[in-house]
Design a protein around this ligand. Structure first.
Ligand code: NDP
Length: 273
């Protein structure tokens, strides 16, 4: 019998997850279906429970429900989701709803394996303090960067993230003015600025020699952040397609016990742009 999976979010119509998981299923010869489900804040929990009740095996959770899934839905929270305080992967097992988070692993696999850029001993700038930043911060810290600065317009949110972490020695928080005169080796844009075609107010000299500029956003062409990085000395640019596919592959591994090949799927998405 075909095992059923889905991604739930709002909006969800343009999600690439059904396409990605269909490719993974073909590649690994797994008999699954994967659909996209729209929910509202009010209907989110009941929609997931109904999907599970009808025999669904698992779900991905995307914007804006990751925090709700962590707080109100999962009965068993795995350590990766607990430290991120957000769930993007649900696995239904008997009466249990297991909550996991594959965003951090997805980003780090893309940066370190696909792009060949080890994070250890680098000066890292994490831009943004929303759901995505929360998801990737623990995994970034686990790689032992030399330092990690969280920058956010609303600096209180950046400080909250900093205070929630135990590795306070290497972690700092600031607003954008606080970046003046500083340089970073790895700059990760986890703000939603690119969705609005906006550029966070970064100072020009911020890219160290050999720096990688990574935007979680994916889509057509360079984002304002990647354009700025190209013009101001970043050595390498990357968009969020790699992370999107890697976090999906990690979810697939959680559900099916097999890790699909990601490179052909990343290439397929880029070719489809
Ligand atoms: P949230 O709404 O939770 O957070 C948004 C963040 O962006 C806040 O920190 C906000 O700052 C900041 N921000 C918004 N506009 C600007 C701006 N013009 N300049 C500076 N900062 C700004 O969103 P998420 O964290 O959930 O998602 C962020 C992005 O990451 C989205 O584009 C999403 O698509 C992408 N993403 C990609 C993934 C992938 O697999 N590639 C996975 C997950 C997310 P403030 O608090 O000051 O308002």
């Amino acid at each position: 019998m075909t095992d059923r999976y889905a991604v739930i979010g709002n909006p969800i119509a343009h999600s690439k997850s059904p396409l990605i998981h269909a490719e993974f299923a073909l590649q690994t010869r797994q008999d699954i279906s994967y659909t996209a489900v729209l929910a509202t804040r009010e209907s989110f929990v009941s929609t997931v429970l109904e999907f599970a009740r009808q025999g669904g095996k698992g779900m991905n959770v995307t914007i804006p429900f990751k925090e709700q899934a962590w707080k109100h839905l999962a009965t068993d929270i795995l350590p990766r989701a607990a430290s991120a305080r957000a769930v993007n992967t649900l696995k239904f097992e008997d009466a249990k709803i297991i909550g996991d988070n594959t965003d951090g692993v997805g980003l780090l696999r893309d940066i370190e394996i696909n792009l060949g850029f080890p994070v250890a001993d680098r000066r890292v700038l994490l831009m943004g303090a929303g759901g995505a930043a929360r998801g990737v911060l623990p995994e970034l810290l686990r790689r032992h960067p030399a330092s990690l600065n969280i920058v956010n317009r609303n600096v209180d949110k950046a400080r909250e993230l900093q205070e929630g972490s135990t590795l306070s020695g290497i972690l700092s928080a600031s607003d954008y003015r606080g970046l003046s005169g500083r340089q970073f080796d790895l700059l990760i844009n986890s703000t939603s600025s690119s969705m609005k075609d906006e550029l966070p107010p970064l100072p020009k000299g911020i890219f160290a020699k050999g720096a990688l500029a990574y935007d979680l956003m994916y889509g057509k062409g360079l984002t304002p952040f990647l354009r700025f990085a190209q013009e101001h000395g970043a050595a390498k640019l990357a968009d969020g397609y790699g992370m999107l596919v890697e976090q999906a592959a990690e979810s697939f591994l959680v559900w099916r016990g097999v890790r699909p090949e990601t490179r052909p799927v990343i290439a397929m998405l880029r070719a489809d742009e």
